[in-house]
Design a protein. Structure first.
Length: 356
């Protein structure tokens, strides 16, 4: 109750309201002037002397209050000029409890957001450049060998060139998905479907891609749907993005001759769906689990360091989270005794935003 009372009295608190501070300045100046006038009336002091002292006192008080009010603005102006030059690390003090304190906190949040955007932009250039350079260099080497007569344009050589082209195509697809993510909400076209044949088709495509577009073709994919007649309600294309990216991530970080399992179970709502993708890799440390769905965050850094997987672009899991969010669902890294287990929850009928 006291918190409500203090919040109601906030406009009267000179430490929490600029209006109250200015009002206090006027009242104090009037009180000082009145006191000096009364002093002049009851003494032999001339009125002009009293007026002079009154003006000096009012100016000193006004200067003190004005300095305390303009100080934060000057600091924010200096930080804004630094941000205009590209320095997003500047922050302003926000110890005040008044409107200037709120403005300082808002300014700091804005600076942090701009710093994150700038960091993501630099990471985008670095990651895309790195990912493009490898397949382009390999494709160029193959073509140069064919042109120079070192290699013959046989099926094996052309197959190598095709793999690098497919890798470039996959990167372009991810960048297009990222652009779609940045441009706002994409309408969903949800429908009812049988889960078993749908996921079986997705795994068949993943097996084909695993054998053609990646070096990892020794990982076994397993599908577990219970009950077999399970039905769900979702956007098939967006769900395909989710499952494909999760399988791709699991395959990259699986051990040799490992196993990736896709499980599907009924959710809590009508035609809701619970999906799990499990692998037998090194897993994701608990301290990193909150970052794996961020852009350019590579969930398998530890695996890549040990020679498992190729790291990827760091966009797959971010795109998966985006597609799940469009459904109003949830995606997370769950506890697992071995490897990594990612859970996806789709709400089914009744709670999906933006469905058509």
């Amino acid at each position: 109750m006291w918190d409500v009372i203090w919040e109601a009295l906030r406009p009267l608190d000179p430490y929490r309201s600029v209006k109250a501070a200015l009002g206090g300045l006027v009242i104090l100046s009037v009180v000082i002037t009145t006191f000096l006038v009364v002093l002049a009336v009851h003494s032999a002091t001339e009125l002009r002397v009293i007026t002079l002292f009154s003006v000096i006192a009012s100016l000193l008080i006004t200067q003190f209050v004005a300095h305390s009010l303009t100080g934060p603005l000057n600091e924010m102006a200096s930080a804004a000029r630094a941000m205009a030059r590209g320095d997003y690390s500047r922050r302003v003090r926000s110890e005040r409890r008044d409107e200037f304190g709120e403005l300082a906190e808002t300014f700091n949040r804005m600076a942090a957001d701009l710093e994150a955007v700038d960091k993501h932009r630099k990471e985008l250039v670095a990651n895309v450049s790195h990912e493009l350079r490898t397949p382009i260099a390999a494709l160029r080497a193959v073509l140069e060998n064919v042109v120079d007569g070192v290699a013959q344009p046989d099926p094996e050589t052309l197959g190598t060139a095709l793999k690098q082209t497919e890798r470039l195509g996959g990167l372009v697809d991810q960048l297009l998905d990222l652009s779609r993510l940045d441009n706002g909400v994409v309408p969903l076209h949800a429908r009812q479907f049988e889960v078993w044949p749908y996921l079986a088709g997705v795994l068949k495509e993943a097996n084909m891609a695993k054998g053609q577009g990646h070096s990892r073709n020794d990982v076994h994919l397993h599908l577990d749907v219970s009950p077999p007649e399970l039905r769900a309600y979702a956007d098939a294309e967006r769900l395909h993005q989710v499952v494909t990216n999760l399988i791709d991530n699991a395959v990259k970080h699986s051990p040799r001759h490992g196993r990736v399992t896709v499980k599907a179970r009924p959710g809590e709502g009508r035609e809701a769906l619970e999906l799990e993708v499990l692998d037998e890799g090194p897993g994701i440390p608990a301290a990193q689990r909150h970052r794996v769905f961020e852009r350019f965050s590579r969930a398998g850094d530890s695996a890549a360091a040990s020679g498992q997987g190729d790291g990827g672009t760091g966009l797959g899991l971010a795109i998966a989270r985006w597609a799940v969010d469009l459904h109003g669902g949830r995606i997370r890294v769950a506890e697992s005794p071995r490897g990594c287990r990612i859970q996806v929850t789709l709400p089914g009928l009744g709670r999906e935003p933006g469905l058509t």
